[in-house]
Design a protein around this ligand. Structure first.
Ligand code: MAN
Length: 503
């Protein structure tokens, strides 16, 4: 190839034409903008564009020999593997071709409609830019038309999404209002139950309750201890009497002429003891009070009831206070029950009032929870990501399908994806899980025989109407679908402006 080009260059030189001129930088294979980069230095030198340390004579640009590692010295030939050839394609859109396709005997109209890539003459490539530009123009017009239609369809979806959202917001408000009244019903029912419990709590402590049993046992213990003490006192009294008699006898019989100091001081102390006027408590008066029969009668009482006047004090104080007192009582009772000091009355059954108050509270709670569920469902829906402008909310529940091979594939927005064999049946390809960018994910479908659960990924782009355009199964039971939808169309006007600004 290099040899062939050199011959052409030589021939052109002989005919008096200069291929490369240091002044007019008409370099083959570069854009007008890049011409400024291909100007020789004062001594006719030139530096590789991405390797300024490599300096070559400017005459070696496009000499069909690759000098620069970045291929920048050969934009118009195929000498550098990594070179790029720019075709101007006047009247159409310029293109950039890989150097290897320059002068390879093939007209690369897909990139160079002007045929400039085959300048060596191996093949004659006529300029097709006019014709291609016309086709392109038509296609572009169609694309734009469809983009406009898509954009208009999207606007309708956005309006629909907006009204769906506001309907949901209204519904949410309704649930909230109803919830305040069910909450009030619950509160009323709770208070009524507390009151009923309060009223029923005026009857406490039965004969058989543990506290009474314990009191009775303690009283018996005290009785026994008192009786034992009395026995002991009587024993000590008899001993004192014996000692007094001995001392009395000694006092009467002793011989005062004996100078026995021990006997004398004992007699003296005895006389002082006898002269002592201190008297003890008459414990015998308590003996009459220990009457076990009377105690027994006391315990015969079936129930101990509070004095109604005392209990009814509660009707004179505000309800909140009553409830507070009731709570304290309940807590105390609970404490006593837990410590085995009081029988748990629940087991013995509730009064009819308490039972019906409890029934009403249960019903109120049920109604409240049902409403809460409904409210949460709407609130969750409002929180969901339905894409920019909430647009996919409008498509929620809508299904799109296409035939492919033995199946019809179907996806339902915000619902399920399915594979329906033409000969009947349906295979679940997953339930909508999330939207990430322009992709929908359906997961946890029917289990694949000796494989994973089926799942489907739907990649989307703008289109006039919802349409599945392709389906594949890149891995077993993992499906990839392509969908066009107006939901993803953007405003063509803004697009054009953006494109113009970028240019
Ligand atoms: C069915 C279809 C196929 C899938 C196989 C796996 O035939 O769902 O798409 O590959 O099952 O066994």
């Amino acid at each position: 190839m290099g040899h062939r080009i050199s011959v052409i260059v030589l021939l052109l030189a002989i005919t008096g034409q200069t291929v490369l001129s240091a002044k007019s930088a008409h370099i083959r294979g570069i854009s007008k903008a890049d011409e400024a980069l291909y100007v020789p230095g004062p001594n006719g030198e030139w530096a590789c564009l991405n390797h300024p340390e490599i300096i070559i004579p400017f005459s070696r640009v496009n000499d069909d020999y690759c000098d620069c590692p970045d291929g920048s010295d050969e934009p118009g030939t195929s000498a550098c593997e990594n070179g790029k050839f720019y075709c101007h394609n006047r009247g159409h859109i310029p293109g950039v071709l890989s150097s290897a396709r320059v002068n390879d005997g093939v007209c690369d109209y897909d990139v160079c409609c002007d045929g400039s890539d085959e300048w060596a003459g191996l093949v004659k490539c006529e300029n097709k830019c006019r014709e291609l530009a016309l086709e392109y123009g038509k296609r572009e017009a169609e694309r734009r038309k469809s983009q406009m239609a898509g954009w208009a369809a999207r606007a309708k979806l956005v309006t629909k999404a907006l009204s769906l959202r506001s309907a949901l917001e209204k519904e949410l408000k309704q649930w909230e209002i109803q919830l305040t009244s069910t909450q009030a019903r619950v509160t009323r029912a709770e208070e009524a139950l507390k009151l009923a419990e309060l009223q029923s709590s005026t009857r406490v402590g039965t004969k058989g309750s543990p506290v009474m049993g314990r009191v009775r046992a303690r009283i018996e213990e005290y009785q026994q201890a008192t009786e034992a003490l009395i026995d002991h006192i009587r024993y000590l009294e008899s001993k004192v009497t014996i000692v007094e008699e001995i001392m009395q006898k000694l006092r009467e019989d002793y011989n005062p002429n004996y100078n026995d100091e021990g006997v004398k001081s004992a007699i003296k102390a005895f006389e002082e003891f006898q002269g002592n006027s201190l008297t003890g408590v008459d414990y015998t008066q308590f003996l009459s009070k220990i009457n076990t029969e009377e105690d027994e009668e006391l315990f015969q009482e079936e129930e101990i009831t509070f004095d109604p006047d005392v209990v009814e004090y509660s009707s004179y104080i505000p309800l909140q206070w009553r409830l507070w007192i009731h709570e304290q009582q309940t807590a105390l009772r609970q404490f006593l029950i837990e410590h085995g000091l009081l029988a748990d009355r629940k087991a013995s059954g509730e009064t009819a009032n308490v039972a019906s108050a409890r029934k009403e509270l249960d019903a109120a709670n049920r109604q409240h929870h049902d409403l809460e569920k409904k409210r949460d469902k709407v609130a969750d829906d409002l929180q969901k990501d339905f894409g920019t402008d909430d647009v996919f909310r409008a498509l929620s529940g809508e299904c799109v399908s296409m035939e492919s091979g033995d199946y019809v594939y179907e996806i339902c927005f915000n619902g399920k994806a399915a594979q329906k064999p033409k000969n009947g049946g349906i295979t679940n390809l997953g339930t909508f899980d999330r939207m990430e960018g322009n992709t929908l994910y359906f997961i946890r479908g029917a289990k694949c025989w000796s494989g994973p659960q089926r799942s489907a990924t739907v990649s989307m782009e703008c289109g006039e109407k919802n349409q599945l355009v392709s389906v594949s199964e890149p891995a077993m039971c993992e499906y990839l679908l392509k969908l066009i939808t107006p939901a993803l169309c953007s405003n063509p006007e803004t697009e054009t402006k953006k494109a113009k600004n970028e240019l």
